[in-house]
Design a binder for this molecule. Structure first.
Ligand code: P6P
Length: 322
């Protein structure tokens, strides 16, 4: 396969030079975070801090450092107006609100509870444009996202991107410190034989999820007439990446325990970017009722039910809900 770097790829596919520049800034942030993750135990960056994030979760040292890396790397982009970070309550304005300027919603280090046990973690991001000069218009609309992507910090560091029509994966080449196209045109297999859900929450699920998972567990003699495997890594990036590589379905539904908060996962910097990616890869993504990219954001840290992956599974679950 011809060696195509991220820079060469962006020159052909990003459309606007300013967008290509912002994605290069994001890639640079992910490269820095990859290095921080690799040496976290050596640098004393494991364990927890005394800080609490906007969701009442105890912050890991690298949650804070990764957010600082994103701000430092991306604020240099003159076309960027606002940052919406999982780790910061308020929206950060790095330039005045102006029509056409970029808004970056991101989770700087997703799944950080996996850091101390050396499992894969990641960063998730979505780029949109301000629709007016009004700061009130800052919350992205899923149908207008310009670019979504994630970095996964695992045995290799990868950057996976979409502009909406296809999904392309890049692997960090440590010998040149550049991202190289290794997974062009990633597709979610239409049929699944693997589901990802935190089964310890089973007693809180609604009837639809209870019966969906129960039918999967009945295997070849059950209504699905095939055996299912199960995976749960407690790192959305790792679960979604696996689904893009070998298929499956990921579920973090709203349930009786998290319903008051609106669910567990956050819309703007977890659900929506992953929904754009999975849909661009031929899969589906829903909150159970409507496509996730149609869920309207009213607050920066809004939560949602997330069900995404193989198109066949999503259609089945949506039909069951309706
Ligand atoms: P639980 C990580 O904290 C995260 O936001 C996602 O990456 C992951 O899918 C989920 O929460 C894990 O949640 O309840 O299984 O710990």
């Amino acid at each position: 396969m011809q060696r195509i770097t991220l820079t060469e790829y962006l020159a052909r596919n990003a459309g606007e030079a300013a967008l290509a520049d912002l994605i290069e800034c994001i890639a640079s942030a992910c490269w820095s975070i990859s290095n921080l993750v690799n040496v976290s135990a050596l640098a004393g960056h494991q364990g927890s801090t005394d800080e609490i994030n906007p969701h009442g979760e105890v912050q890991k040292p690298l949650d804070i450092l990764a957010d600082e890396v994103f701000v430092r790397s991306c604020s240099a982009n003159a076309n960027l107006s606002a940052l919406i970070s999982e780790e910061v309550e308020e929206i950060t304005w790095v330039n005045p609100a102006q029509t056409g300027a970029y808004v970056l919603a991101y989770d700087p280090l997703d799944g950080s509870s996996n850091l101390d046990v050396d499992l894969s973690v990641g960063s998730i991001f979505a780029v949109s444009k301000l629709r007016s000069d009004s700061a009130e218009d800052v919350l992205p609309n899923g149908r207008n996202l310009l670019c979504s992507g994630y970095a996964i910090y695992g045995p290799s560091t990868m950057l996976v991107l979409t502009f909406g029509d296809q999904v392309d994966g890049f692997t960090l080449d440590d010998s040149t410190d550049s991202f190289v196209l290794t997974h062009p045109n990633m597709k979610v297999p239409q049929q699944a034989c693997e589901f990802a859900i935190n089964v310890s929450r089973q007693r809180h699920w609604d009837e639809t999820i209870q019966s969906y998972v129960s039918d999967c567990l009945k295997g070849a003699v059950g209504p699905r007439q095939k055996a299912f495997n199960m995976r749960w890594t407690a790192s959305m990036v790792a679960d979604v990446h696996r689904i893009l590589i070998r298929g499956g379905v990921f579920l973090y539904p709203i349930d009786a325990e998290n319903a008051a908060a609106g669910g567990k996962l956050r819309l703007l910097y977890e659900a929506m970017p992953m929904a754009m990616i999975v849909e661009a890869g031929g899969g589906g993504a829903t909150d159970g009722r409507i496509p996730l990219i149609d869920v309207v954001a009213t607050t920066p840290h809004q939560r949602t039910s997330v069900i995404l992956g193989a198109r066949e599974e999503i259609d089945l679950i949506r039909a069951a809900y309706s």
